[in-house]
Design a protein around this ligand. Structure first.
Ligand SMILES: Nc1ncnc2c1ncn2[C@@H]1O[C@H](COP(=O)(O)OP(=O)(O)OP(=O)(O)O)[C@@H](O)[C@H]1O
Ligand SMILES: [Mg+2]
Length: 230
């Protein structure tokens, strides 16, 4: 069966002017991400992983080259529309709304996208939270009263509520201990296996990379495959 491409970077270049000098971070980077697969991106600190995710999530524009979602240039889709309807991103520091409780954080996702919000938003939010291991008593607590692992689960539930097929993570397990990190990674795997989402996680952990379908390395401004498990 032919693999379906969901997201593609085509000849992407990006550089910074640093003290009057040009520093190339990404140079002619091309890579096609398939539907429903779990990818990790490794690379030393400063190699440009967060820069790459900033471009992939339309927070910044490449100097040259194009980024395509379902074969369409994301600039043509429109950055705001793309961010709202096509993708979700999860950070090391959760980025939840602190003064809301867990279920309100998840529910707020339904209002972000252009899709019509379902009528049973609150119930559905509890259901999604429970599917990532957050029971109702925890979901009703202000998120800054939850542990790091629990907050990251709420962040994942929020991304799930958005109902998009592309999920990015910038070191989403970076602040968690090994056991909690493993549980969170299991969740990401489930998102790709059971929900068919394409997951692209930046990580510093070889263990996390080893558990992904395809581990990539950002090296000299390009993405290289380290292994494929097929
Ligand atoms: N706004 C900016 N202006 C100038 N240089 C920047 C800017 N943002 C990042 N850089 C530089 O670009 C390089 C790549 O940064 P980036 O944050 O993408 O690295 P990273 O691979 O995510 O690193 P880490 O693993 O530490 O998070 C770094 O040398 C960084 O200092
Ligand atoms: Mg980074």
């Amino acid at each position: 069966m032919a693999q379906e491409i969901l997201f593609e970077l085509k000849d992407v270049t990006y550089s910074y002017i640093d003290g009057g000098k040009k520093r190339v971070i990404l140079s002619g980077l091309s890579y096609a991400f398939e539907k429903g697969k779990f990818y990790t991106i490794l690379g030393p600190s400063g190699s440009g992983k967060s820069t790459l995710l900033a471009l992939a999530s339309a927070l910044d524009k490449p100097e040259s080259g194009t980024i395509e979602y379902e074969g369409k240039n994301i600039q043509k889709i429109g950055f705001t529309k793309y961010r709202r309807n096509c993708m979700a991103i999860i950070f090391q520091k959760y980025n939840l709304t602190d003064y809301l409780n867990g279920v309100e954080n998840v529910e707020s996702s339904f209002y972000i996208t252009d899709k019509k919000a379902p009528p049973n938003k609150r119930d559905l939010s509890y259901k999604i939270l429970s599917s990532v291991g957050i029971v109702q008593s925890k979901a009703d607590r202000r998120v800054n009263k939850l542990s790091g692992g629990e907050q990251q689960r709420v962040a994942i539930a929020r991304a799930l509520a958005k109902d998009v097929s592309l999920v990015f993570g910038d070191e989403p397990t970076g602040a968690l201990d090994t056991a909690t990190s493993n549980e969170v990674i299991e969740l990401f795997k489930r998102l790709s296996r059971e929900y068919g989402k394409t997951i692209i996680l930046v990580t510093h952990s070889d263990e996390v990379a080893a558990s992904s379908d395809i581990a990539l390395r950002l090296h000299e401004g390009k993405l290289e495959e380290m292994k494929g498990n097929e």
